[in-house]
Design a protein around this ligand. Structure first.
Ligand SMILES: Nc1ncnc2c1ncn2[C@@H]1O[C@H](COP(=O)(O)OP(=O)(O)OP(=O)(O)O)[C@@H](O)[C@H]1O
Ligand SMILES: [Mg+2]
Length: 445
């Protein structure tokens, strides 16, 4: 592949385009961390769709891996995104000192990365209100998720924000354990993950009950009234594993995605497999904001973004963000190192036992329930009538003792009526009859 430099492009691109019969005028060339953004004004009467169809051949002729071409909204120019010979890495920590980051006073500010000119892109997760992240293996999803979590931690206090992190791979989020920001330890097994999603739905309902009492419509209004309630952000890395393990997860995600925005519960769901059996119609309908890193085929790009293009991304954090209003922006994710994570988290370390996790609360509730049940049983015991107590005592005696008592009582009654011998046939018959009746009664009980 031939190296291409900024000045080169100004000559080579129009030259190549004329080979394909495309005429126009080159505009500004901006060098970003990942691409040259080349603005180009097509000659009058030229068709953009014709150019789009030729873009792979143009890339081949220029000797670059892939070119993305898009129309600039409200402008006569179109934009060619031509990859740099060597992509630059954008580190995360300098972004936290940038004006854009400081200025972001959103409810849940996340740094998605930098735009193609290298300026930080901040978005409000609470407005999204959920985010679907897709991309092939090694495309930068986990690095991206870490940068979202860290930007939230940098901007919000633990009282304002709590995380639920689900990590089937077990290694991606382990450093977030023992954190004041964690609602519960990082979940790594599927059963707990499914249980946790339904607990979140329960938490959502409880929050609505509080809002109803306080006569407010959402968490924002509740905060304005002086109420204290943290936002909850649930991040799921490798959603495909979860939905394949338990299909009901789709329903749970749907319930949460539809109703949890006002309750301040937000989902960030990442998947390596952006196929239709993972990103189903229901999931898509409920998660309109989607971030696609490099995917392996145009079909996958269609599934995530409703358009092709994500298959031509460079990888290593290169992504396309589809917003709720349909705008598509190319963003390069910021690189988060383990050191960045450790440094950001250090002040908020705590022992997980200090915090009551969902598991502990659940166990406590179960214990309470057990105590209540046993107390009730004791009360019922006390309420029992005298007859029931005598009957219980009778049953505990055993057959031999029961026979003895019957013999004694019958003997006593016969003696009262002047019958001399209990061994006489009439006395024996009477005794047997009493015993049989007692047996029948005990069988019925
Ligand atoms: N924004 C970035 N800037 C520079 N390099 C990056 C960036 N994002 C990812 N990388 C590089 O790509 C590698 C893989 O990234 P990451 O682990 O996030 O991929 P992934 O999509 O989560 O993959 P998998 O699906 O296998 O978990 C990282 O170790 C890093 O070297
Ligand atoms: Mg990953």
């Amino acid at each position: 592949m031939t190296e291409i430099i900024s000045d080169d492009i100004k000559i080579r691109l129009p030259h190549t385009l004329t080979h394909f019969g495309i005429k126009g005028e080159i505009g500004e060339v901006i060098e970003g961390p990942l691409i040259y953004d080349v603005q180009f004004k097509l000659a009058e009467g030229s068709k953009f769709s014709y150019l789009e169809g030729l873009i792979k051949d143009i890339a081949r002729e220029l000797g670059v891996s892939g070119i993305r071409v898009s129309q600039i909204p409200n402008s006569v120019y179109i934009s060619f995104e031509i990859p740099l010979p060597q992509a630059k890495t954008v580190p995360f920590s300098p972004i936290t000192y940038s004006a854009e980051f400081m200025r972001a006073t959103y409810a849940l500010p996340i740094c998605v990365g930098v735009n193609m000119h290298g300026e930080p892109v901040m978005k409000d997760l609470s407005k999204m209100p959920h985010l679907l992240v897709a991309g092939t293996t090694g495309s930068g999803k986990s690095v991206g998720l870490n940068s979202f979590i860290l930007s939230l931690i940098t901007k919000k206090k633990p009282e304002e924000l709590q995380f639920v992190l689900i990590d089937p791979k077990r290694i991606e989020f382990s450093m977030y354990n023992n954190q004041k920001y964690m609602m519960r330890p990082v979940i790594t097994d599927m059963n707990s993950a499914c249980a946790c999603l339904s607990q979140l739905a329960g938490e959502m309902e409880e929050r609505y009950t509080v809002f109803e009492k306080e006569m407010v419509r959402n968490i924002g209004e509740y905060h304005k009234k002086g109420g204290k309630m943290p936002y909850i952000v649930c991040v799921i890395d490798e959603f495909a594993d979860l939905i394949m393990f338990d299909k009901t997860v789709e329903k749970q995600v749907q319930i949460l995605a539809q109703k949890s925005r006002a309750a301040g519960i937000h989902l960030v769901i990442a998947t390596q497999r952006p196929s239709v059996d993972v990103i189903t119609g229901t999931i898509k309908a409920n998660l309109p904001t989607r971030l696609s890193y490099k995917v392996s085929s145009p079909a996958d790009s269609m599934t995530v973004l409703n358009t092709t293009g994500a298959e031509d991304l460079v990888g290593r954090g290169d992504s396309l963000l589809l917003e709720e209003n349909g705008t598509l922006t190319r963003i390069l994710g910021a690189y988060v190192s383990d050191e960045d994570i450790m440094n950001t988290l250090e002040p908020y370390r705590c022992k997980m036992e200090e915090k009551k996790t969902y598991d502990v609360i659940l166990k406590e509730k179960q214990e309470e329930q057990k105590v209540i049940i046993s107390e009730r049983m004791q009360k019922n015991e006390q309420k029992k009538g005298v007859f029931a107590k005598i009957w219980d005592f009778w049953c505990r005696l055993g057959k031999r003792n029961q026979n003895r008592i019957i013999n004694m009582i019958v003997g006593f009654i016969l003696a009262l009526f002047g019958v001399k011998s209990t061994t006489g046939s009439s006395a024996r018959n009477l005794r047997n009859a009493v015993q049989k009746t007692a047996k029948k009664i005990s069988k019925k009980r």
